[in-house]
Structures are given as structure tokens and as C-alpha cells.
Design a protein around this ligand. Structure first.
Ligand SMILES: O=C[C@H](O)[C@H](O)[C@H](O)COP(=O)(O)O
Length: 231
């Protein structure tokens, strides 16, 4: 069921793509349906270029035959389509459940439009049920962790920070060679204040709060598609 919903949202987003577009290709199980729908259209003659937001997406896009570029060659994109771990009605997001949020945010920020695709279970009234991924440089991990915990405490938030491990029990390493601390917060009443605080901590590379980046969302429900913002 959930896979059908993800596919439905992804196919609607793929229908927004036209010849000549420079695309940001998101990461995760929902974005993978979008990449595969674009691959099918490319094989049918659609002319686009894509910037992948992770090594996993790069590999999939290459298998699909989608022409790829980089932000160095193509620093301005027309449209990024990506999944999310949570979104609210103000199109604020939590991303990074797969650890890809650093490149995802750089790509989204370089795009004129960012459309989120998701099944409607990702929609929340208040962000924070999904643990917030915070990408940190391995150097000075403990000191960075203490600085984040101090910030969270000062904002009246839980200080439950957990270093993300990979399947083998060693720390999960992102595509950019960093670690991830997952902040189990429950509710984030003021995401902008939290984002600004995290941005000011040395050692924090990027966090999963996407504020003011998404321009629209396509959410799939059992009864059909719901759109938020500009789609
Ligand atoms: O790091 C991963 C990305 O931010 C994904 O877009 C996010 O985790 C949603 O993934 P999925 O579509 O698999 O739920």
C-alpha cells in the first residue's frame, strides 16, 4: 500500500518535468520512484539533466540512463523532487533519515523549485516526532555533542542524542565522510530558532531541518493525491 502511494506521488511529480529541465534528484525510497519514472521518460526521448543528491541516487540514475551533471557544471537547477521524513503544513521538513540531507539541502537550495513527494503519513502538525538528523564532523565528536546538548537544554528540548550506527554496529558514515547524531525531540515548537542554534555550532555540518526550501508537496493518500503550496 505504502509503496503504491509513494509511486503515485512520484509519478505526479514526474509529469511536471519537461524538456530542457535541470533536475535535482532526491534520495530515499520515495525519490527512487521519481528517478525511475524519469528514467522511463528519458528512454522515451525526454531531454533533461540531473544532479543526484547521494551516491545511491547517482548509481540508480546511471542505471536508468539519466544524463547526470554536477552543481559545478550546472549550479542553478529548475526543479528538485525529493522525499521527506516529516513535513508540516508550512512546508517545513525533517529530512536525513537516510543520512543524505547535506547534499539534499545543497541541491534544494540551488533549485528554483523543490517539490516534496511522500505518502500522507509523513504529514504532521508539529515537527519532531521523527528524530532530527544532525551531521557532524568526526573530529571533536564529544565536544560537538556537548555543545548540541547545551543548546537543546537551553531551548527546553530533550537532550536525547544518539550516534547513528550502521548495520555492523560502527558509526554510520555519510557520503561526505561525517557522522550523524539523531536528536529525539518529540516536538520542535520553534524550528527556526533550533536551526539557527545548530548552524552556529562548529562541528555541525548540516541538520535535517529544511525551512523555506520546499515550494510544494504532493502527498498520496488512500483517496488520492493532496497538494500543498505550488505544484
Ligand atoms: O536522507 C534521506 C532523505 O532525506 C530521504 O528523502 C528521507 O529520509 C525520506 O525517505 P523515504 O522516502 O525513504 O521515506
Amino acid at each position: 500500500m505504502s509503496d503504491n502511494l509513494k509511486r503515485a506521488a512520484a509519478e505526479r511529480a514526474a509529469a511536471l518535468v519537461s524538456d530542457g529541465m535541470r533536475l535535482g534528484l532526491g534520495t530515499g525510497s520515495t525519490a527512487a520512484y521519481f528517478v525511475s519514472a524519469i528514467g522511463e521518460r528519458v528512454r522515451g526521448g525526454l531531454k533533461v539533466v540531473g544532479v543526484p543528491t547521494s551516491e545511491a541516487t547517482r548509481e540508480q540514475a546511471q542505471r536508468e540512463g539519466i544524463p547526470l551533471t554536477t552543481l559545478d557544471e550546472t549550479p542553478e537547477l529548475d526543479l528538485t523532487v525529493d522525499g521527506a521524513d516529516e513535513l508540516d503544513d508550512g512546508l517545513r521538513l525533517i529530512k536525513g533519515g537516510g543520512g543524505a540531507h547535506l547534499r539534499e539541502k545543497i541541491v534544494a537550495a540551488a533549485s528554483r523549485r523543490m517539490i516534496v513527494i511522500a505518502d500522507s503519513s509523513k504529514r504532521v502538525a508539529t515537527l519532531g516526532r521523527f528524530p532530527l538528523p544532525i551531521e557532524v564532523v568526526p573530529f571533536g565528536l564529544k565536544a560537538t555533542e556537548i555543545a548540541i546538548a547545551k543548546l537543546l537544554k537551553g531551548l527546553g528540548l530533550s537532550t536525547d542524542l544518539r550516534l547513528r550506527n550502521g548495520k555492523d554496529g560502527t558509526p554510520f558514515v555519510t557520503d561526505s565522510g561525517n557522522f550523524i547524531l539523531d536528536a529525539h525531540l518529540g516536538r520542535i515548537e520553534k524550528p527556526d530558532v533550533l536551526a539557527a542554534g545548530l548552524n552556529a555550532i562548529p562541528g555541525v555540518v548540516e541538520h535535517g531541518l529544511f525551512l523555506g526550501l520546499a515550494t510544494g508537496a504532493i502527498l498520496a493518500t488512500g483517496e488520492g493525491l493532496v497538494e500543498l503550496g505550488q505544484v
